[in-house]
Design a protein around this ligand. Structure first.
Ligand code: FE2
Ligand code: FE2
Length: 248
């Protein structure tokens, strides 16, 4: 396995590892995003066993020991499995996440106390970069789910949203909604809930210019339109589940 490093927006690097053994024959990508600044932030650590690869990829951009912040979508191995490896590697590093994530996992699991963020609170990384935390409970899955939005580049670090199979380019202007619907049909990875469409439409309200997918290419273009199309598909799915439709 090799990890490629591509700058997908000014000062935001996508570290991507393609694993052909996951979901063959198409395979699957695992991406992390390094946001530059006086206080660099890594969104997703990658799985614990992938730490040597991700560390080497980070070292092509910054000294790994200089990492300051660690963000991720929700508590799963591919999102934050190497959290404590990073906390050991970088003495100033700290996880940053919402109240639920701190309460249900981070306060216990993280070897160093996390920074707890309110919904909508931003961290100033310096050098013009600011990442805003957005609560997305149960979307696409995990009570603790939340995402980050880098304001200067308009980049939504959108975690598992728009997950797709296969190996694509690092940055596309093509369709990401169709492949995401196909992957949802196959994996059924989302925690379908009556408010899921509304949660995704709230992300569209920030009008992102770049969507940084954890499993797929980054997308440059009308991020709000893509998010609203994805939300409509989840509305459709929820409407076909009678118990969910009644609750909406
Ligand atoms: Fe996930
Ligand atoms: Fe993931």
């Amino acid at each position: 396995m090799t990890t490629t490093v591509t700058e997908i927006a000014d000062g935001i690097y996508r570290l991507s590892t393609f694993v052909p053994e996951v979901a063959p024959p198409a395979g699957f990508t695992f991406n992390q995003f390094l946001v530059m600044g006086d206080e660099p932030l890594l969104f997703h650590t990658g799985p614990r066993r992938m730490f040597p690869l991700v560390r080497e990829a980070v070292s092509r951009v910054i000294a790994p020991g200089d990492l300051r912040w660690i963000g991720y979508g929700h508590f799963e191995a591919d999102e934050c499995g190497a959290l404590n490896e990073w906390l050991a590697e970088a003495p100033r590093a700290q996880a940053a996440h919402g109240g639920t994530a701190c309460m249900v996992s981070l306060n216990d699991v993280a070897d160093r106390a996390p920074r707890q963020l309110q919904d909508g609170e931003a961290i100033d990384l310096g050098r013009g970069k600011r990442v805003r935390y957005l609560d997305t409970p149960h979307t696409p899955h995990g009570w603790d789910a939340g995402l980050m939005y880098e304001e200067s580049t308009g980049t939504l670090l959108c975690g598992d949203l728009f997950t797709q199979l296969g190996h694509d380019v690092a940055l596309t202007e093509g369709d990401i909604v169709g492949p995401a619907i196909a992957a949802e049909d196959m994996f059924q990875y989302s925690c379908l809930n009556p408010t899921m469409g509304a949660t995704i439409r709230r992300l569209a309200d920030v009008s992102p210019r770049v969507l940084a997918l954890m499993h797929g290419p980054a997308f440059a273009g009308d991020g709000a339109a893509a998010l609203r199309a994805l939300a409509a598909d989840y509305d459709r799915r929820a409407a076909t589940r009678p118990a969910l439709a009644a609750a909406a």
